[in-house]
Design a protein around this ligand. Structure first.
Ligand code: PLP
Length: 507
């Protein structure tokens, strides 16, 4: 493809993208194809001769679109959103043109420097304490990761390394000293445990699995709103101690996946301080804040206040995905640490080929030392474009509008106590509910069966997509209103669909 052909193809592609968004509501939300549908439509090997763009473009609509589930459809109420926006798409366009691996500052200084700057902008916008800024008092800072799962794995590696450094001194410099320390490290590692809760995202368990660490999930209860409490954590810390285990990592969540619960940050900090102050206390527990979805809402000062976000200054790392609810497309997981040296000490592995004068001078950031992979994409460009195009006000408006839609939906659900029951109060544009009754003494099984039928029939309409969860054996439906294209009329449509099915079930 030469530059003339590229220009024509790009213009046509932009037309297709605009038309896609203009008409997205006319499509079904979820793909209805059968598994393996695409293999039947495509040749069994790559073409030997290059094909014209027109043929390739034709196949996007004919063969790919039928197999797409539309995450930016206004009727997409499932999981959490996977955002995109025009400025973000433009960022990706430049980024793919400027293709760079940018693992060291010198590999493209603009890639590193823009990332540091936009993450400082973001930290301020979210109301994070100054310790998470690159210019803050503790040499903290942010780095863009591919996903919240990658961020928690990175945090856990750094936490493990920090704990071992602080609890096993590196005395002596002989080979025998090094062997003795390695033995001590391995013995200690067998007792170290990562903590989370039964409501924590599965990525934390997966990180422990990858690192070969013990893992304990603290049970959270309906009466605490499925959030971790001081008492719950203190009891688990005591239980670990009694078993000779050493907690080194705790994941707390701002906006759990099932119900958008927020763990009690003040209580967590207090329980950890109490354990640390006790005689013979083990090392400090690293606390990672997983705000993958709901962290986006912190762009609104009222949410910063309600969540007392300043408390995260007592923890060690914080992560949120702009690609969920903040108008940047996948992937843009923004990971902040209070002290960058914790990452660098754990992840800096040198190889002669990557050495250069700038790195040796120590004045630059080499993001390869803040992450698991070596190479990295130019992801800050799309964040920069989105922040500049929407401005703080535009980002806040997106959160307030979609949160308001969720609150309104919950009000409608509350207005039909004959049909529905709210399971957890609406939070961050998510409502969790189930079918009421049919009688006051209906069994759990009957109510679960009724709710399941409602859920399946609502999704069968094709125009909305909901997800479900199970809380203490109760089957419940989650309805999320955080997609940028969702308007009041779409939420109203979803509610009317649910009412019609529920009334029919009652008839
Ligand atoms: N944490 C929470 C609270 C989530 O809800 C999710 C996914 O929805 C994740 C982590 C994992 O996100 P990612 O796909 O970026 O790894």
């Amino acid at each position: 493809m030469d530059s003339r052909e590229f220009k024509d193809a790009a213009a046509a592609t932009i037309d297709d993208i605009v038309s896609y968004f203009d008409n997205i509501g006319e499509r079904n939300v979820v793909a209805t194809v059968e598994p393996g549908y695409l293999r039947k439509l495509l040749p069994s090997a790559a073409p030997v001769e290059g094909e014209p763009w027109a043929a390739i473009r034709h196949d996007v609509e004919a063969k790919i679109m039928p197999g797409m589930t539309h995450w930016n459809h206004p009727g997409f109420h499932a999981f959490f959103p996977c955002a995109t926006s025009y400025p973000s798409i433009l960022g990706e366009l430049y980024s793919s043109a400027l293709s760079t691996a940018a693992f060291n500052w010198i590999c493209s200084p603009a890639v590193t420097e823009l990332e540091t700057i936009v993450l400082d902008w973001l930290a301020q916008l979210l109301g994070l304490p100054a310790c998470y800024l690159s210019t803050g008092p503790t040499r903290g800072g942010g780095v863009i990761q591919g996903s919240a799962s990658e961020a928690v794995l990175t945090a856990m590696v750094a936490a493990r390394d920090k704990y071992l450094r602080e609890t096993i001194p590196a005395d002596g410099d002989t080979d025998a000293d090094a062997d003795a320390r390695e033995d001590a490290v391995m013995r200690k590692r067998s007792r170290m445990v990562a903590l989370a809760t039964t409501a924590t995202h599965s990525s934390v368990r997966k990180a422990a699995l990858i690192l070969g660490c013990r893992f304990r999930a603290i049970r959270v209860r309906a009466e605490d709103g499925y959030a971790l409490t001081r008492e719950g954590l203190a009891a688990e810390l005591a239980a670990c101690r009694a078993q000779g285990l050493e907690p080194f990592f705790l994941a707390v969540t701002l906006g759990t996946t099932d119900t958008c619960a927020v763990d009690d940050f003040a209580g967590v900090a207090q329980a950890l301080e109490e354990q640390h102050a006790a005689p013979g206390a083990p090392g400090e527990v690293w606390v990672h804040v997983d705000a993958a979805y709901a962290g986006a809402a912190l762009v609104c000062p009222e949410v910063q206040e309600a969540t007392r976000i300043g408390l995260v200054g007592r923890f060690h790392s914080f992560d949120m995905n702009m690609h969920k609810w903040l108008l940047v497309n996948f992937d843009a997981s923004c990971f902040f640490v209070r002290d960058r040296d914790w990452l660098i000490q754990a992840l800096s592995v040198n190889q002669a080929v990557y050495g250069n004068k700038a790195s040796a001078g120590g004045l630059v950031t080499d993001y390869r030392e803040w992450q698991i992979p070596l190479g990295r994409r130019f992801r800050s460009l799309k964040i920069w474009f989105v922040m500049r195009s929407y401005g703080v006000k535009g980002l806040q408006e997106n959160i307030r509008k979609t949160t308001g839609l969720g609150d309104e939906f919950a009000e409608w659900v509350r207005g039909r106590p004959d049909l529905f029951e709210i399971v957890t109060p609406p939070r961050f544009a998510l409502t969790v509910f189930r079918m009421a009754g049919p009688t006051a003494d209906a069994s759990l099984e009957d109510r679960n069966a009724l709710t399941k039928t409602l859920y399946e029939k609502a999704n069968a309409s094709g125009k909305i997509w909901l997800t479900s969860t199970e809380l203490d054996g109760r089957f419940a439906i989650r309805l999320m209103t955080g997609v940028r294209t969702t308007e009041r009329e779409h939420v109203e449509h979803a509610f009317k669909t649910l009412v019609a099915i529920a009334e029919e079930a009652r008839a």
